[in-house]
Structures are given as structure tokens and as C-alpha cells.
Write a protein that binds this ligand. Structure first.
Ligand code: ZN
Length: 463
């Protein structure tokens, strides 16, 4: 189809010329997410940029009439190809629907359009005296609708839950143009099926999320950050238990970094090593509370106890927000590992927390059996059972496909999940069955057929 086809004309008539890009006028940024770019043959028929829910309805009705696929797009920061166009589809970008519509202080909710960048939701909440706790590295670029469609996780899940736990209400447009609008603000609402849950984590395969009501929380008054060096993984589990018992709900992050990660971050990326290199494992811990005068001594006492118990060998505690940010810079340096550890195969998996070290050793042994100098980096949100790993792809070493097989075979054997927080998209379709039973996948397909009988919503994703 070319830029002057009747279908493009219909889209243009419905939305106006400024809202439809076709042919050479298409912005290449819409051809893929951060991880997967579409081949030229898969470039979209058009990029459509609606401004309102009504315009989304118009687009979906036209696509239903013509049996044309629709790939919803937010900030295009995904890591699994979920928003990457596939043959013969249009890209439907929510980038012009970015309004912060309302903050309800009594209900502690914020109502936003799906294309709002995560950071703008955080800032609007902050300006109104609240915290919107979802936080991921791509906050400035990613869209809240994409966060919901992938059920994004991040660093504060252990305290505030996944994105799913933050969604109170939703407006979503189905493939045939039906609008399901339930901008609910009430915590308790048991009135039949909770339909919004179907669309959270569905990666745009069931409908287009257009508006959201999200939960807000009190802004914490105190922040304590510590970096600890530990003798082994058993000590990590002991420290997590101790931190939960001592800090209760104030424990807000518990990030684990294995030594290869720490080594690279503090050598290749110019980051000062707050603790000596060479420990078996490092933990970055945040406590956020409501009273600095009480919270700081309690946090220090926890670290002191852990040192006395031998769970922690060495630790630094931040004395200021600046020092806290510096410690976090170590963990966030992973965003630059694309340069220092390139090319790489990256993984986002979940595993039973008690068996994580065993999994790592098993994977490392398998990688080394295939290629003795194999290098890998390990880190994760351990309290959520979420492990990330990066394997360096070497000319003489295993291919990406072989590395996938080594890692995912073990994830399956350990009863883990092939996707913890990034979604399935295109990249993990072949492995969905490693973590979901045939019966579960069959029910997913029945739900898909019920809501999208023509199969136009984000075709080729997830299944
Ligand atoms: Zn993560």
C-alpha cells in the first residue's frame, strides 16, 4: 500500500493530515523499540497519531473494516519488541495523548492519558504532594500506557507492587471500536470480573489503553541508602529477612549485584567504588519513611546488627541525597553497559529466590562448558525474585540462540519465569511455553479470540 491508498485517505479524512504519516513521511523512530527494529518489509503502512479517545475509536473501526493490524505504541522503550511493527500493520502512537487530567487528593489518585511520559506523571504527583512510586530507568521517555501494557516493574516493587497494583481505573478501546470506560477511584469494587486486569500486561494484544486512574502514595520524608558487601548468597537472604523485620514497610529497594557487575561498573564507567572490589556479592538497600529523626538511627542500627551477625562484611550508609544518588549511580550504570559489554545477550527472568545462586552457578558452568572464557554479569531485584543477566557474545563463543537455550532451559528446569518485567513481545514468544502450561496458553487464546476475533490487535506478539 502506498502513501496515496484509499485506506490512508480514509485515515486522513478521519484524523486530519497532520495526524497520519505514510510513505517517506514516516518517522523512523516508530519502526521499533529499544531492542527490535522492524525489517523494511515490516515497516508500518502508516503512523497514526490520534489526539482523543474518539479518534482512537475511528482508527480502530477503519482497521476492523479493512482487516488491518494495529500496533499500539507508547514511548518505544520496550526491550522485547512488543511495539515493533509487523507486516502490513499501522503503528498507532499515543504520543499526542499525554495530558495529566486530574489529581484527586481525597482519593489519592491521578488520572492521565496513556501517552503521558512516566516522568511527567511522577512530577505531577510530586507537585501535588504525593508519590507515584513506579520508577524505571527510561522514565523520561517511556509512556504510562506502555508501562501498564507491559506491567512494568522496576526498583520499588517490593514496597509498592508491580504496575498492576497501581492501576485503579482504565479506559480502553477494543479492536471493533468499543470503549470500555471504568475510571474507577475506589479501592473496594467487587462488581463482577475486574476487566482492566486483562489489559495490564497484555502488550496491546487485546485493545488500546487510552486513559488511566493510578494510585498515589504519601511522599516519604526520609531516605536512607546503604551499600553492603556480603560474604555469600545465604547472607543476602538473611539480610533481606532482617531488613524486612526491622524496617517493615519502609524497606523500599533491595538490589543485588554480583562481583562481575560491580567490577565493570567501577572500572569501565568511571564510577568510584564505595567499597573494595572482590566481595562475593553486594546489596544496595533503600529505606524510605516518614520521620528522618527516627528512620536514620533505625536504618543504621539494622546495618550495625547485620555487621555484628556477619551477614554484612563492610557497608557505607549515605549521609545525604547526593550520596544516595551516587550509590544508585553504580546500579544505574547498567544503562551504559551497552557500550562496555557489547555485543551482549540480555535476560530478565524470575526464579525461586532461595535457589538463585544455584541457578547462577549452573548457568555459568554451562556457558563455560561451551566456551571457557565466557563472561556474564548478574544483578537483580532479588526481593521480587527477579534476576537480570547479561552474557557477552564473543566471535568464538555461543551464538545468541545457543545462549538463549542454555539460560531458558535452566529457567524452565528451576520452575522460573522467562519474563519477569519486560514482557514477551516478539523476542520471547518461543519460550512462553516454558513458563505457562498448554492449558493456560489455550485460555489466553480464547480471551484473545473473544475480544479481538479478527486478530488485528498487535498481531504476532506474545503467542
Ligand atoms: Zn529490572
Amino acid at each position: 500500500m502506498d502513501a496515496t491508498s484509499p485506506f490512508i485517505d480514509q485515515l486522513t479524512a478521519a484524523l486530519g493530515a497532520g495526524a497520519v504519516q505514510a510513505g517517506d513521511a514516516m518517522a523512523p523512530a516508530h519502526f521499533g523499540d529499544w531492542m527490535v527494529k522492524a525489517e523494511p518489509a515490516d515497516h508500518p503502512l502508516a503512523i497514526v497519531l490520534p489526539r482523543t479517545t474518539e479518534e482512537v475509536v475511528d482508527v480502530l473501526r477503519l482497521c476492523t473494516a479493512q482487516r488491518i493490524g494495529v500496533v499500539p505504541q507508547g514511548g518505544l522503550t520496550g526491550l522485547a519488541g512488543g511495539a515493533t511493527p509487523q507486516g502490513g500493520a499501522i503503528a498507532l502512537s499515543l504520543s499526542r495523548m499525554r495530558a495529566i487530567e486530574e489529581i484527586d487528593a481525597a482519593a489519592a489518585t491521578i488520572t492521565v492519558q496513556a501517552g503521558a511520559p512516566l516522568q511527567s506523571v511522577q512530577e505531577a504527583a510530586d507537585a501535588a504532594g504525593f508519590l507515584f512510586p513506579l520508577d524505571i530507568g527510561s522514565r523520561g521517555s517511556c509512556a504510562i500506557g506502555g508501562n501498564v501494557s507491559t506491567n512494568a516493574g522496576g526498583n520499588r516493587v517490593l514496597r509498592y507492587g508491580m504496575t498492576r497494583d497501581l492501576v485503579m481505573g482504565m479506559e480502553v478501546v477494543l479492536a471493533d471500536g468499543t470503549v470500555l470506560s471504568n475510571l474507577n477511584k475506589m479501592q473496594k469494587n467487587n462488581t463482577g470480573y475486574d476487566l482492566k486486569q486483562l489489559f495490564i500486561g497484555a502488550e496491546g494484544t487485546l485493545g488500546v489503553v487510552t486513559r488511566l486512574v493510578l494510585r498515589l502514595f504519601p511522599k516519604p520524608a526520609s531516605l536512607c541508602t546503604a551499600l553492603c558487601a556480603l560474604p555469600d548468597y545465604a547472607a543476602v537472604l538473611a539480610l533481606l529477612r532482617r531488613a524486612r523485620a526491622r524496617l517493615g514497610g519502609n524497606l523500599s529497594a533491595f538490589e543485588v549485584m554480583w562481583p562481575e557487575f560491580y567490577e565493570l561498573a567501577t572500572t569501565a564507567h568511571g564510577i568510584r567504588a564505595p567499597l573494595p572490589r572482590g566481595s562475593a556479592v553486594y546489596v544496595l538497600m533503600d529505606g524510605m519513611g516518614s520521620d528522618q529523626a527516627l528512620d536514620e538511627p533505625a536504618f543504621s542500627a539494622l546495618i550495625e546488627e547485620a555487621l555484628e551477625a556477619g551477614e554484612v562484611q563492610d557497608a557505607v550508609i549515605s549521609q545525604s541525597h547526593r550520596e544516595s544518588r551516587e550509590i544508585w549511580g553504580l546500579r544505574d550504570s547498567v544503562a551504559q553497559f551497552g557500550q562496555s559489554f557489547d555485543p551482549q545477550a540480555g535476560f530478565d527472568v524470575s526464579l525461586p529466590i532461595g535457589r538463585m545462586q544455584e541457578f547462577i552457578e549452573d548457568c555459568k558452568a554451562a556457558l563455560r562448558a561451551r566456551y571457557a572464557p565466557a563472561r556474564s554479569l548478574w544483578f537483580g531485584h532479588i526481593a521480587d525474585s527477579n534476576l537480570h543477566l547479561l552474557v557477552k557474545i564473543e566471535p568464538d563463543g555461543p551464538t545468541k540462540k545457543e545462549i538463549d537455550a542454555i539460560v531458558y532451559d535452566r529457567v524452565r528446569a528451576f520452575g522460573g519465569s522467562v519474563s519477569a518485567e519486560h514482557g514477551i513481545g516478539l523476542l520471547k514468544r518461543a519460550f512462553l511455553g516454558y513458563s505457562r502450561s498448554p492449558e493456560e496458553v489455550a485460555v489466553m487464546r480464547r480471551i484473545k479470540a473473544a475480544l479481538d476475533p479478527l486478530g488485528i490487535m498487535n498481531p504476532g506478539k506474545v503467542f
